[in-house]
Write a protein that binds this ligand. Structure first.
Ligand code: ZN
Length: 238
């Protein structure tokens, strides 16, 4: 148990990263947060920044990732940062995962979950349980909707359960200059709106003809990819 701090700085309430233990004098539970945005909006960079800030304050956390494509599970940002992470499998119980670390003497104050859209809804319930009963702060990062503009099941459950929902502020723009909110799947120059969902983030399975492009709602609807349709940077997610 960490000692509670009765002289809590009121400005901590405005900080997304409170000092270790300080906020626990105010509320006995952890918080479940979901940071969401389209591809290329800097989710993984923010995930690593939050991990860095937490660790610098002496807190100990676990980094989790779902559907890692590298073979060596990690959270990797476009800025070139990378940290090893634990791959979350579909049937993994996240409460058991944390308890296992406790039993090995590892303190766990927070969890950072990248590609959280791929979590099974039951795993999101487990994250809520960890926030409530184990006082963990849980930071989830992911896409809200898939290429069909439909919520991922894991994201839907996060919208239902999270204490905080944060639309990531780094705006990704459609080719027209409007905010891009939709992750369009493009096959041979056409926007595809039906098909296998998992392919949306499985770049290993991406063929020459299939790519992803962030579009505003109007151009997602109309399927207009703009004058310079090809942008290889958007071949992968996050
Ligand atoms: Zn547009």
């Amino acid at each position: 148990m960490e000692p509670t701090n009765p002289s809590t700085d009121p400005t901590d309430a405005l900080s997304s990263v409170p000092a270790a233990g300080a906020r626990r004098g105010v509320t006995p539970t952890g918080r479940l947060r979901f940071f969401f945005g389209p591809m290329d909006c800097g989710k993984s960079t923010l995930a690593l920044q939050i991990d860095h800030n937490q660790a610098r304050q002496g807190r100990s956390g676990l980094l989790l990732v779902r559907h890692d494509r590298s073979g060596t599970p990690s959270i990797t940002s476009r800025m070139g940062l990378a940290r090893r992470a634990i791959e979350v499998h579909e049937d993994m119980d996240l409460c058991t995962l944390v308890r296992t670390h406790w039993s090995q003497g590892t303190r766990v104050d927070y969890l950072i979950v990248d590609e959280a859209q791929f979590l099974h809804p039951a795993q999101v319930d487990q994250l809520a349980e960890l926030a409530d009963d184990a006082q963990l702060d849980v930071y989830c990062f992911g896409l809200a909707t898939d290429f069909r503009s439909t919520l991922f099941p894991g994201s839907a459950r996060l919208f239902e359960l999270a204490d905080e929902l944060n639309a990531i502020q780094v705006e990704v723009l459609c080719w027209c200059g409007h905010p891009g909110r939709f992750n369009a799947r493009v096959h041979d120059g056409d926007v595809v709106r039906a098909g296998d969902t998992v392919l949306v983030a499985d770049t290993a399975a991406t063929t020459e003809e299939v790519r992803y492009q962030v579009l505003c709602r109007r151009h997602y609807r109309t399927g207009d990819l703009g004058p310079t349709a090809v942008d290889s940077r958007q071949l992968s997610l996050t």
